[in-house]
Design a protein around this ligand. Sequence first.
Ligand code: C5P
Length: 403
Amino acid sequence: MKKNILLGVCGGVAAYKSAELVRLLQREGFEVRVMMTAAAARFVGPLTFQALSGHPVATNLLDADQESAMGHIRLARWPDQILIAPATAHFMARIAHGLADDILSAVCLAARVPIRLAPAMNTAMWLNPATQSNRQVLESRGIRLLGPGQGELACGESGEGRMLDPDEIIDRLRETFQTGPLQGQSALVTAGPTREPLDPVRFISNRSSGKMGYALAEALRSAGASVTLVSGPVALPAPPGVELIRVETALQMRDAVMARISQAPPGLFVACAAVADYRPEHAASGKIKKTDANMTLSLTRNPDILTEVAALPPGSRPFCVGFAAETEDIRRLGEEKRRCKGVDLLAANLVGGPQGGFEDNNNALTLLWADGQAELPMMPKRELAAALVSFIEERFFACNPSS
Ligand code: C5P
């Protein structure tokens, strides 16, 4: 099956390499269309890209002829993925801020497919904190950067900022354009702890590191799913190619999850977060002062996100995977939790012992579903995540044979 790729070319001297990129993408089996910024069209003529791609080149957002041939919204719906090469510092800043003042930025804002950028700029521009903070924003939204590489730059300097060569870009794309068993499926994952504020400087939380949830998000992505990760505060970088939504409290996590499900119900929901069961009834607006007396905190129940998602009506209810961290009798307590929360697959693990659990890099899981169970022995969390995703796939397709 032919895959559609939309190549966006920004105005950098590396634009000349993009002509070669069109050829290499076609050789990979892609149908290629090209869009260019006005500055890019001053480096390489649109006619070159039209001749190579066999399609008219989109250069202008407000041109009546171009919009009537294929408007920016139709153009945004056409590809299976978008590649911007070269991506300039200015372009990165524009899309980091959600601007839509030219064809490239408008299409990126309207698109719902993976976007990759191959940055190309002078080393100082790349290392500038403004560009680095834009990079972080883009990566946290699941936009993946390919490069830049090190080497000689057109400005005469040498350093980081060179656009990757076309064949290097193709190699990176091969890694990112996954074709896995979950291709075409979307997965929503929660991870990490939540923080429940007592006052502006104090909170109640737990020891969850987020490692398992992040590893699962990555493993689901590698299996071909498009993944959104709703994460409490952790010290982990966004997994590549995954859309990351950061939250702090259980209520924020619930709202982020329900908002995403009502926008576009995912096929899979994996609740890996260690959500605080209770929050302080009142968070003080100023720092609580100590007195000589003892203090009693009044706590109120937080919503159970997993139970709420698992109770959604068919049509918006995803296949639900839950976790249970127990200090004893994991099979019995896990089974109770599976039934009580109404989940399709429950992964139970032992915590509080010498090995495994929250902060450890290793873990073991007991998997429970309606008519079966299995054990995944102690192993590094990344390997465990891959093994669990294989299980999730199996159970998901058993429950959704038409997917
Ligand atoms: O009840 P318990 O906290 O042990 O359940 C654990 C499972 O439920 C995990 O999958 C966790 O992510 C999910 N959970 C939730 N919302 C809560 C509490 C737990 O989604 N408020």
